[in-house]
Design a protein around this ligand. Structure first.
Ligand code: NAG
Ligand code: NAG
Ligand code: NAG
Ligand code: NAG
Ligand code: NAG
Ligand code: NAG
Ligand code: NAG
Ligand code: NAG
Ligand code: NAG
Ligand code: NAG
Ligand code: NAG
Length: 526
């Protein structure tokens, strides 16, 4: 049985290991699983970056991607920093999306990529935003703010088509763009599918990395079939003198799409293609992260934007796994089993370690549990309980909530109670410690923390809880994870409108346990 105290100790261990990880002579290990896909920053907010790319810049790992929290669609680009690939600190938007900008033209500047130019000491951000070519912006810092610098031009052979997903990368000081172009007038478009044709091409960048040479080569297999002609979301890396382009098939944050790898000794081709997963392990390929292992060797970690797909892209997460290479340079199939775990050794960053209110929390759900979205506030009021592990002042209780189009507000009430049977009994009155009410318009479309700030004395061993209520036709969503039966993190539920005894004997409480489940929460006690 794992208690909150155990989790607290686990957090101390986690923080301690992060602090030592700053010593780059040491190796770090990060564990990835196929089921744990939602990532959180050190303040407990869901990492709000989709179609992500992770770069190692100047001693720190940066994860960035399109934000979906504000409008429910791609709006702005957020970045997060880490030295250990576990603890991520939110670093804000790369540019201010709330003022008019070139990204307003199409899709909020899709699937962004940043490339660092050693010669100019400048970070160059490339973004997909309509025609022509790509929007570029520059900064002296990997987390921005970036200043828009116009549009890069692509090979004029494709000016009649729509530039789409792409990547930029610097390999040995030479910059490259791999880009896809959409043909909306595809003569073989089906009534159902495919709606368009989409092909991949590679160009070199100009020395300042702000443009291309406007010469390109096709990234396609000899087949030039419907797989080659529906390729998107590329990334580029080099290993043992071979260029690799990872990609997916046309999908757009779907529930899974073929994971493709092209490889060639030169950018002119010919390219050899592999399908390394039929559905990308229920994800869409988003990038490949080269991780130094300290002995001049590199592990290439493939990653994808993972389920659910569909309208709420903001409920997607990321899955990661190291690519396994064969002697001829080909790559083994991805391992898609739900129980697969990947332990990856790497050299941690040398930058500052990061912490936040969630990593220094007193009583909290585990950082690395497998969390699933549950949307049921239309049917249930929930009561998540725990036992205080520390005496002090309870200052914050946070729950990850995602909103959409609710009219009724979401209310969180923090309370102290004597014991569970009392709490389930009629006429029992708890001790109210604090509360907060939020309109849907002040929440986000992703699992941002939603907090009650309070000033309540608590004593170690106190029974505490948070009531989560927001009854509306469209339910609010929270995150749940599995807890062992017998855990003191008991989750109680009360059906909508249920306010009286039930049962043939008239002695069945309307408050009862949601067995084996807990709501993701954390508290701050000082
Ligand atoms: C999650 O964290 C706990 C506590 O640090 C650790 O024991 C466990 O191995 C971790 N699980 C994974 C999959 O990383
Ligand atoms: C790298 O980080 C150092 C220390 O923070 C800073 O002074 C320097 O400007 C950074 N360089 C680049 C290119 O980001
Ligand atoms: C890229 O080159 C084209 C063609 O010369 C030019 O019109 C465009 O302004 C250039 N873009 C940038 C960002 O330098
Ligand atoms: C490259 O791809 C384009 C678009 O599919 C096609 O029109 C062109 O013929 C191809 N070029 C070569 C050299 O195969
Ligand atoms: C998503 O993919 C999984 C397997 O990868 C499948 O079981 C599930 O039915 C799919 N859902 C949808 C909506 O396509
Ligand atoms: C790593 O590579 C560098 C430059 O190529 C070389 O100087 C160094 O000796 C290598 N280190 C090891 C451990 O192989
Ligand atoms: C539970 O709390 C009630 C009300 O405060 C109290 O009367 C009862 O004795 C408690 N039961 C236990 C087992 O502590
Ligand atoms: C919420 O807290 C305020 C004080 O901050 C208190 O006046 C109010 O009664 C509380 N509401 C509920 C429902 O407990
Ligand atoms: C919620 O919205 C209503 C009306 O739209 C407004 O009167 C109220 O002040 C808002 N409450 C909060 C907590 O934002
Ligand atoms: C998410 O929460 C953080 C802190 O709790 C807040 O600063 C941020 O504005 C929130 N983001 C959105 C999109 O609501
Ligand atoms: C918190 O409560 C204590 C006593 O209960 C009081 O002295 C203190 O001023 C309060 N602090 C805040 C920030 O309200």
């Amino acid at each position: 049985m794992r208690s909150f105290i155990t989790w607290f100790l686990a957090f101390c261990a986690l923080v301690a290991s992060v602090v030592t990880a700053a010593d780059s002579s040491k190796q770090s290990t990060v564990v990835f699983t196929n089921t744990r896909r939602l990532l959180f920053d050190v303040d407990g907010n869901q990492i709000d970056a989709y179609g992500s790319k992770i770069n190692y810049f100047n001693g720190t790992y940066y994860l960035y991607g399109n934000s979906f929290s504000v409008t429910g669609t791609a709006f702005g680009i957020k970045s997060y920093s880490s030295i250990d690939l576990v603890n991520w600190k939110y670093q804000g938007y790369l540019y201010n999306p709330f003022v008019p900008n070139p990204c307003d033209d199409l899709g909020g500047c899709g699937r962004p990529h940043i490339v660092f130019n050693d010669q100019t000491g400048t970070y160059v951000l490339w973004m997909n935003a309509g025609n022509p070519g790509y929007v570029v912006a520059t900064s002296s810092s990997p987390a921005g703010p970036f200043t828009f610098a116009g549009r890069a031009a692509i090979d004029p052979a494709f000016t009649a088509l729509q530039p789409a997903d792409f990547t930029v990368e610097s390999l040995g000081g030479q910059g490259y763009l791999v880009f896809s172009v959409l043909n909306f007038r595809y003569p073989q478009a089906g009534s159902l599918w495919p709606p368009i044709q989409q092909t991949l091409h590679i160009s070199q960048l100009t020395p300042d990395f702000l443009n291309t040479t406007q010469t390109s080569y096709n990234v396609t297999s000899a087949a030039v079939d419907l797989i080659d002609q529906e390729a998107e979301s590329p990334d580029l890396f080099m290993r043992n003198g071979i260029f690799y382009v990872s990609a997916s098939n046309t999908c757009g944050y779907c529930n899974g799409s073929t994971a493709l790898i092209y490889r060639s000794k030169t950018i002119q081709g010919p390219w050899t293609r592999q399908i390394i997963a039929g559905d990308g392990c229920a994800s869409q390929a988003e990038g490949v992260l080269p991780l130094s292992t300290g002995d001049n060797k590199t592990t290439y970690v493939w990653h994808g934007t993972s389920v659910p797909g569909g309208p709420r892209t903001g409920f997607s997460g990321h899955i990661f796994q190291p690519l396994q290479f064969n002697a001829d340079g080909s790559i083994q199939d991805l391992i898609c089993g739900a129980d697969a775990q990947f332990s990856v050794a790497f050299t941690p960053g040398t930058g500052a370690s990061v912490m936040g209110s969630a990593t220094t929390s007193t009583d909290a759900s585990p950082a690395n549990a497998t969390y699933s979205p549950v949307c049921d506030s239309d049917q249930w009021t929930l009561y998540q309980t725990w036992t205080a592990s520390k005496t002090g002042t309870l200052q914050q209780v946070s729950v990850n909530i995602a909103a959409s189009y609710q009219k009724a507000p979401l209310t969180l009430n923090v309370f102290k109670f004597s014991n569970l049977s009392a709490l389930e009994s009629p006429q029992y009155r708890w001790t109210e410690l604090g509360n907060a009410t939020y309109n849907a318009t002040s929440l986000s479309y992703v699992f941002n923390t939603t907090s009650v700030f309070l000033n309540a004395s608590v004593t170690k061993g106190d029974k505490l809880g948070v009531q989560i209520s927001g009854s509306d036709f469209a339910p609010y969503c929270h995150l749940e994870y599995d807890v062992p039966v017998g855990s003191d993190q008991v989750l109680l539920q009360q059906g909508a409108g249920q306010n009286s005894w039930r049962g043939l004997n008239g002695k069945k409480s309307v408050i009862y346990q949601r067995v084996g489940k807990a709501v993701k929460t954390f508290t701050v006690v000082t």
